[in-house]
Design a protein. Structure first.
Lengths: 573, 288, 288, 573
């Protein structure tokens, strides 16, 4: 969009900036839906302050003719709804950026050479009848620039508001039109036209964010119990399961604290439910004793941990990949675990679904490690395929001589549940004998440790291999895990180098054995992580015995941007 | 009466000779026999402590979890399968100290479980430190100048939280204890039975004799439906009244209130995901 | 009256316009001015939540700790330097939910601190889930069918725990709030002030108007030294009484009871190790 | 003691075995004091079941003319007070072992060829007047075998009972004499004579166990506040400070739970106290959120963690080194810490004392990582030298413009405390500005992260180097940390190989830089750990970049034994 008036761009990045409670989310919601229903690929993510009102938040929306799934620093169009918007984004606004807003509001911050569309949102909205319509006015302005016909937008608007009173719908249509018309009549108006993909496939795709993908995956995995305590940015999964889970018989309980949450969920698994908890770092710290309990009881448990920057309260609404070590080593004593870190919405869905089966099968804690960036981002993606999903219930009906911790050939003792069968189910947090009774038989202790730790090998056999993208004969390997994947992928794609591939881990523990070879093949390895201590690189060193050449780290509370990271990588390659 | 159904035969019990825990174990077994509850249908949930070892000494399903954490799993179990009889049983330190927050909020939540507390006014397993119910002045290896904290009054707090069933017994009276345990189990909702239990090893203050001298029975005419009266009696400290302090017959249990069993009363383990419904939920995200 | 001593000047406050928190901030500042407490001698201890941000909005020493954990550090601070005025201040979720166990046991411990709770019956900062004090039926994004738990009654529980000073105010009455905060601070021991505070953004049920309609003042003749009466009034739920429910003038604060200040009333930071005494202690281990 | 009747042994190992509450501790206490006061080196440790009464516990006592500080499997003399004693120790009792006890009690278990002194303790004691004196009878028997004169023992006995009524003292003397006499009159009696070291230096030495050493170190470090929740095996430090600390103005408070304990202690530091907590793995798991708080507040805190086998409740009275990883990574987010793991009583004292100064200086959590074996073991050692101790108070008197988190040249912001000076002390668990107020300035965030993490380098400069013992030109290096040190040391000494040295870490994090060189010099490295997952070896891999050749692990809940481990090591060397 070097010269937006002439260029037919195919990838526009739009940033909405305003105060909390100011309606940028409404603009986002309407605008992205309009664009998607017109066949465009859309992506959106937000960054926000830890406050209910005021402060400055921003939303990035990307519109393209090709799939877009990553954050970029570049701002083609900035819609500034509040004083301070431009300053707030000063590192990202350039002379190329088209600024849309009320000149009155933004004038202090606008520099001479900047391109500006001065559109009096509030005034126009008042003309329609109420200031609240200024959001829709802004949408009208945006679609005019994106060359979408008002009729096409209006159809979509009607859908969005279909449950609202007719008068309100009409007013919104009016506001959209007014925004559109005011903008196209601007003296310095120019627009871009992206050809929408001919296939029309986008329309059938779904638009979900990371937390919805996790929540849907949980339902698909047979989750019927969630006990949790609210904590940003993990609450959205609790909210999702309370709201949507209702129709699926999911019992959603807000616990008094995180300790209760995890102990309640472990109790639920004991009685045959499929339970999960959702939390963030600080809440999880409180759960670590419970994780150790699951280790000893050999109880399944699924834990969704959405990371935010620490230590302590840290930056509650920002993002970081800072709790990998915590999750790896949480809980006293030694016992195995499984850690997934989805980097795509599909992975979030399928791996969460899978987590319930694996937890049940191996009787271990399974983690879904996401972060604020991941749960709050969305793009269009294929509807999740339920044919690939199956709830594998691994519990058995017990016989009279049932022993919960029977020493078997393969480390796994069949899991009974109370009330199903003639046996008794004895779960014990002390070191126990095969029946589940406290023991001080120290030879048995060794067997029980070996049994518990031995499961790790079985688990490893089912580990998800890392995904390799790019040329097969790579010299450089850019390694990433979890939420950074789409960003790194776009960056490396952009660089288009024949010598560089991306290796993406969505299961970070235990590592698939194949990972070692893939990494050792590279002449140069770079690990990109959203933290300060290079935790995944450390994990690779211990568990894959590889030493990486470069760590690219970011720990200011924001995610990476594909355009900036591309430059940074290029320098290292 | 022999408690055969629940009997474990000749096992090694880690309690001291003369400990009040034995009486509670017997009372519990007998109450369960009398109520004709099958061991396979009972789940005993405990924490850690001397009292919390009780599930190892009778034939039953059990969940012997973490110190202080008997109530959350008990709630999770009951809520996942309401047809089970669930008893959360532990010591005073476990339930009122480490687990104090769960005590409060489980009462508010009101699952249909019975909460039996072996109240020996001391931390037995860890060798004699003060527990929340220890009396002022009680000298221990840690409270070297005697306890200076106000003793925790579980009954008064439970009544303040509007618990539905609140009782205290003394294991010196096995009959009353059995009777009250039975009533507590039959109560539909959270029921607290605080059982005064001498620890003959670490509590030389609150002995069998002390409990005999410092307790009395609520009179027959006492009306256990009056919350204010119950509070008043619960705060008596000269002598501790025994009996049922408070019953609120109007509460509905948590698991019913969740709505999960409204249309379907099968336990969660037997349910299947409605993939058709899920498919249509997912497809809604394709619409604007 | 201008509260200059405590004023921060032109700062960015993260609360919503119209929020009850502003009133509490002003009341607190004014109470401190009137009591002539120096900012350098005050420590405000808070947890996490909207209410818990208050220390950032006045000039004072503060310890803004973890969610739910205001009371333990407040106790540690007071016990380490009794000459400081220590206020533990946070939201209802923080104090009664996550921090419930500390609430109980701090009352039992009875440090000479003031516990101010911004009770908006909702989790504000995390966007509107139920808090322990939320009323039955209150619908939220998580409690989709409305709250099913019994509301937590902080006053009744505090009285059950024999707290020494128990009060409730409504921030709609700033004068009473200031007056009661002052009395609470002057009380020598743990003092609870539960302040009803509308959350204009997430609690559309318990609004200014609702609080006005659903509260009344304890009558002048009310005797706040009668614990049973206090309990009765605290459990009233048709309309919530405002005022001081209970004062027990006979308690001695924790830090005094520890004995650490008996012979030496200097704060811990100014003390030195008596190495001579330590030497002789060590040498005792050489004897049989 | 191959033939005890003739050999003048110089290292006798005695095991007392009996039920809890049965008085083996009384025997131990009296007997070790008698032996020490007669100039012998003594060592003792116990292993016990998690129950108040009953079960079978045992105490190992070693008596020697040279310092003895380690557990051995070998039993020269077994005093069995209860049925089952021999069975309980079946793996350690050999035909060489002299068994002392009442034949009636032990007859079932005694095998034909075994040497037995049948001494009717109870009967003799009853003769003296009461069964309770049977403990002292047993002491009498033991001293006769060890060739100690009754007069020498009686003097000591009088000292031990000096505060008791005269009658009781007399009865005990009588019992001791009776035990002595009955034994020497045995038909098959034989005795050993160890020459006591001529210097008499032992008499002036002190006899303290691990928890007393930690407790004394805390007082020496200026500790004046401890808030903790009882948990085996860490409670003894709380008890010590409650009892002995009273005279030093130590405020000892039993908290309602571990969360309260650590938050209270951090509050105490904020107000200028020097506070610590003591706990074990499960309790510590609950403290991890508080550890992260200390990380963010930059608050000093000293944490004593006495390990026991996990996961969950595990084996409450047994030993393990299983929580190293937990302590290394506890707490969400990233921040530095210091971890000591004393392996000698001296180290326990000096490092605990030092911990308070370092915590104060660097404003970070400092750990003392011990375990059940360590806290419950004792031997004679030089009185701790207080000349080496100094309470370094690092807080300042504040001026009006004081900023708690001032960005300085060396990462450390001077720590003010409220009420001392004209400034305000603002401690904040959110990311904060220099003053301590919440910030969303993400550039400042980076500076604050760098400041916190940057302290690690400063800390490293003061790390305690590992201790190298043995030949300088070693080919093999046996590496150990914490409580295993004395055991490994004795084992390697015993092997007496010129090619093998021991490297002992008492600071396990951050590692002293010199460690790498020492390890890389070896051709073969063996790490010995009391756990199943080789946690320290992993730490060496990450932080010293060394891969060890062999892991010797033990995880049955018992410590290593110097004689058995010597054999095992010999096979690997
Ligand atoms: C998190 C944690 N903290 C502490 C302990 C140690 N602990 C075990 S039992 C117990 C106290 C038991 O007291 P109580 O509940 O009264 O039971 P009692 O032994 O008196 O029957 C304690 C402190 C533990 N197991 N876990
Ligand atoms: C351990 C932990 N769990 C959860 C949170 C998230 N959290 C922050 S504030 C809050 C609730 C605040 O409610 P309340 O105390 O009533 O304060 P309000 O915002 O209503 O003033 C929660 C759940 C957290 N910060 N830490
Ligand atoms: S220690 Fe006390 S409570 Fe425990 S078994 Fe012995 S007497 Fe009973
Ligand atoms: S969310 Fe509620 S409590 Fe928080 S500032 Fe806004 S109105 Fe006040
Ligand atoms: Mg107890
Ligand atoms: Mg609130």
């Amino acid at each position: 969009m070097t010269n937006p008036s002439t260029k037919k761009g195919n990838d526009i990045s739009i940033v909405l900036c305003g105060q909390a409670g100011q309606g940028i989310q409404t603009v986002e919601k309407i605008f992205t839906r309009i664009m998607k229903s017109n066949g465009y690929h859309v992506y959106a993510t937000k960054e926000y302050m830890s406050r209910v009102r005021g402060g400055l938040n921003s939303i990035l929306i990307r519109i393209s003719d090709k799939p877009v799934k990553a954050f970029v620093d570049r701002i083609d169009i900035l819609v500034g709804l509040n004083k301070g918007s431009i300053k707030h984004l000063k590192n990202r606004v350039t002379s190329e950026t088209l600024i849309i807003g009320e000149k009155e509001v933004l004038s202090d911050e606008i520099e001479d050479k900047q391109k500006v569309f001065d559109i009096p949102f509030t005034e126009i909205a008042s003309g329609v009848g109420n200031k609240v319509f200024s959001n829709t006015v802004a949408v009208g302005a945006l679609i005019s620039i994106l060359s979408v016909k008002p009729e096409d937008a209006i159809n979509c608007l009607k859908q969005i508001f279909k449950d609202k009173p007719k008068e309100l719908i009409d007013k919104n249509i009016e506001a959209l039109k007014a925004g559109y018309e005011t903008t196209v009549k601007l003296e310095n108006f120019y627009s871009v036209k992206i050809e929408s993909p001919a296939s029309g496939s986008v329309k059938k795709q779904i638009l979900v964010n990371g937390s919805e993908a996790v929540g849907l995956g949980a339902i698909a995995g047979g989750c019927n119990f969630i006990s949790s305590y609210p904590m940003s940015p993990s609450t959205s999964v609790l909210v999702f399961l309370a709201q949507k889970g209702k129709d699926f018989g999911v019992l959603a309980e807000q616990a008094e604290d995180e300790i209760s949450a995890i102990n309640m969920a472990i109790g639920a698994w004991y009685a045959g439910a499929r339970a999960m908890v959702t939390t963030s770092g600080g809440g999880f710290a409180l759960m670590t004793e419970g994780v150790s309990l699951a280790g000893m009881l050999e109880s399944p448990i699924v834990i969704h941990l959405a990371q935010r920057p620490g230590p302590a309260t840290g930056l509650p609404t920002r993002t970081e990949q800072g709790d990998l070590d915590l999750v790896l080593y949480a809980g006293h004593g030694e016992f195995p675990r499984i850690i997934f870190a989805p980097g795509t919405l599909e992975d979030a869905f399928y791996l969460t679904q899978k987590a319930f089966n694996l937890a049940d099968k191996f009787q271990v804690p399974v983690f879904i490690l996401t972060d604020q960036y991941f749960v709050d981002s969305y793009y269009n993606t294929e509807p999740f395929n339920l044919k690939e999903c199956k709830v594998e219930k691994h519990f058995i009906e017990t016989s009279e001589d049932y022993q919960r911790y029977k020493l078997t050939e393969n480390e796994i003792s069949p899991r009974g549940i109370p009330g199903l069968g003639k046996g008794l189910v004895c779960a014990d947090s002390d070191e126990h004998d095969e029946e589940g009774h406290i023991t001080e038989d120290l030879e048995l202790r060794i067997k029980m440790v070996d049994k518990r730790l031995g499961k790790l090998d079985l688990i490893k056999q089912e580990s998800v291999p890392p995904v390799l993208l790019g040329p097969e004969n790579y010299e450089n390997l850019v390694i990433c895990w979890g939420s950074t994947f789409n960003i790194i992928c776009e960056a490396v794609n952009y660089l288009g180098r024949k010598d560089t591939a991306v290796l993406y881990f969505n299961q970070v523990y235990p590592l698939h054995d194949g990972a070692i070879e893939l990494i050792k093949k590279a002449k140069k390895t770079i690990v990109v992580e959203n933290n300060a201590a290079a935790q995944f690189a450390r994990l690779l060193k211990i568990h894959a015995d590889v030493k990486v050449d470069h760590n690219v780290l970011k720990y200011d509370g924001l995610c990476f941007a594909s355009d900036s990271i591309a430059e940074e990588l290029n320098e290292l390659l | 009466m022999k408690n055969e159904k629940y009997d474990m035969g000749d096992i090694d019990i880690a309690w001291c000779p003369g400990c009040g825990n034995f009486g509670i174990l017997n009372a519990l077994k007998q109450a369960m026999e009398e109520l004709k509850i099958e061991p396979t249908n009972l789940v005993l949930v405990s924490g850690i402590g001397q009292a919390a070892k009780i599930p190892h000494y009778l034939k039953t399903n059990f969940f012997n979890g973490l110190h202080g954490r008997a109530l959350p799993p008990a709630t999770g179990i009951k809520a996942s399968n309401p047809s089970l009889t669930v008893i959360a049983e532990s010591g005073d330190g476990d339930m009122y100290g480490e687990g104090g927050n769960h005590f409060i909020h489980t009462i508010r939540r009101n699952p249909n479980i019975t909460n039996i507390v072996h109240d020996n006014m001391v931390y037995g397993l860890t060798k004699g430190q003060a527990s929340p119910t220890s009396r002022r002045g009680f000298v221990t290896p840690v409270q070297v100048a005697g306890v200076i904290l106000e003793p925790f009054n579980p009954l008064a707090v439970a009544i303040a939280l509007n618990a539905g069933f609140v009782a205290r017994t003394f294991i010196g009276d096995k009959e009353q204890t059995i009777e009250i345990i039975k009533q507590a189990i039959n109560y539909k909702g959270y029921a607290l039975v605080d059982i005064l239990q001498p620890c003959v090893t670490f509590n030389k203050l609150n002995t069998y004799q002390w409990f005999k001298d410092n307790t009395y029975y609520l009179e027959d005419s006492y009306d256990c439906h009056d919350r204010n009266a119950a509070f008043k009696r619960a705060t008596e400290s000269d002598k501790l009244p025994l009996g049922i302090f408070y019953i609120n017959p109007e509460k509905t249990p948590f698991e019913e209130n969740t709505g999960v069993y409204k249309q379907n009363d099968t336990p969660l383990y037997s349910r299947e995901v409605d993939y058709g419904k899920l498919e249509s939920l997912i497809s809604k995200y394709a619409l604007v």
